[in-house]
Design a binder for this molecule. Structure first.
Ligand code: KIV
Length: 270
C-alpha cells in the first residue's frame, strides 16, 4: 500500500520513520521491497552516481530523469524528489514550475528543499498549490561554499535560530523536516518542539526517523561520514565479482559450452 505524507506524519512520536535515498530503478525496487517508508531521490546523486565532488552541478533535468526511474520501480514508498541547487528560491514561478515538474512528469509525491529564511514563503505557496514539502535544516550541502561540510547548530544562538526556522517551516506547512549533522541534543530539542516528524542524518537517536544515502548504508561508497554505519559491503562484493569475471575470461574458463548454443544444421558449414 502506498505510503502517504499523512502516514509519515502519523508515525511521528509513535514509530520510527525509515528513509533511504535511491537514484535508479533497480536500487529503488530493492529499497521498496524492504518496506522503507520514504525514498529520497537525493541531489547526492551528484556525488554518488555522477562523479561530482559536490551537489552543486546537479540539474533539474538530471533530477527529473532519476526521479522518473525511481518512481517507475516503487509501489509502496513515498517518493520525494530533492530540488537541486538554484532550482528554487530565486523566483517563485520558476521554483514552482521546477518542483511541480517532479510531481506532474516524474511521479514524485513530494519535494525536499534545503531550507532557510528565503524558503518559508515558498514552502507555504507550494503546499497551498498541492506540492508537499519536506524541509531540510542543519548541514545543507548546497551551501558548501559558505558552510563547508561542518556540523551545524553547535552554539546556543545557532541552535535557537535553527529551532525558529524549523517552526516557521512547520507553520508554512512542511510535512516533515530533515536535520543533517546537528548535535543530538539540538535535534532532540527540535523534535520535541515540533508536531511534524524530524528525520535525522547525523542527528542522533531522538529524531522521529532516520535517513542515509543508500550507497553509504550498503557499503558501496569509498568514503563515508563519521555518522554513517555501513550495513553491508557491496563495494567489496562488486570488486570481487568483477575480478572473478576478468580471471575467468583470461583463463579461458568463461564462457563454458552451457553459456552458448550450436545450430546443428550449420555444423560442417562453419
Ligand atoms: O541529497 C541527499 O541525499 C540528502 C540526504 C542526505 C538527506 O539530502
Amino acid at each position: 500500500m502506498r505510503t502517504t505524507v499523512r502516514d509519515v506524519q502519523s508515525k511521528a512520536g509513535n514509530e520510527p520513520i525509515t528513509m533511504l535515498t535511491a537514484y535508479d530503478a533497480v536500487t529503488a525496487e530493492l529499497v521498496d521491497e524492504q518496506g522503507i517508508d520514504v525514498i529520497l531521490v537525493g541531489d547526492s546523486v551528484g556525488n554518488t552516481v555522477l562523479g561530482h565532488d559536490s551537489t552543486l552541478p546537479v540539474t533539474v533535468d538530471q533530477m527529473a530523469s532519476h526521479t522518473t526511474a525511481v518512481s517507475r520501480a516503487v509501489d509502496d514508498a513515498l517518493v520525494v524528489a530533492d530540488m537541486p541547487f538554484l532550482s528554487y528560491g530565486h523566483d517563485e514561478k520558476t521554483s514552482i514550475e521546477n518542483a511541480g515538474r517532479m510531481l506532474k512528469e516524474c511521479g514524485a509525491h513530494a519535494v525536499k528543499i534545503e531550507s532557510g529564511p528565503h524558503t518559508v514563503e515558498l514552502t507555504e505557496t507550494m503546499v497551498q498549490l498541492g506540492i508537499p514539502v519536506m524541509a531540510h535544516l542543519g548541514l545543507t550541502p548546497q551551501r558548501v561554499n559558505q558552510l563547508g561540510y561542518a556540523r551545524q547548530g553547535t552554539s546556543e544562538e545557532a541552535a535557537a535560530t535553527m529551532l525558529e526556522l524549523a517552526k516557521e517551516h512547520e507553520e508554512a506547512g512542511a510535512f516533515s523536516l530533515v536535520l543533517e549533522h546537528v548535535p543530538s541534543n539540538v535535534a532532540a530539542m527540535i523534535t520535541e518542539e515540533l508536531d511534524i516528524p524530524t528525520i535525522g542524518i547525523g542527528a542522533g537517536p531522538d529524531c522521529d526517523g532516520q535517513v542515509l544515502v543508500v550507497d553509504d548504508a550498503v557499503g558501496l561508497s569509498d568514503w563515508t561520514p563519521s555518522f554513517v554505519h555501513e550495513f553491508g559491503n557491496v563495494r567489496e562484493e562488486i570488486r570481487d565479482a568483477i575480478g572473478a569475471y576478468r580471471d575467468a575470461v583470461e583463463a579461458g574458463e568463461f564462457p563454458m559450452p552451457e553459456h552458448g548454443h550450436v545450430e546443428e544444421e550449420l555444423d560442417g558449414i562453419y
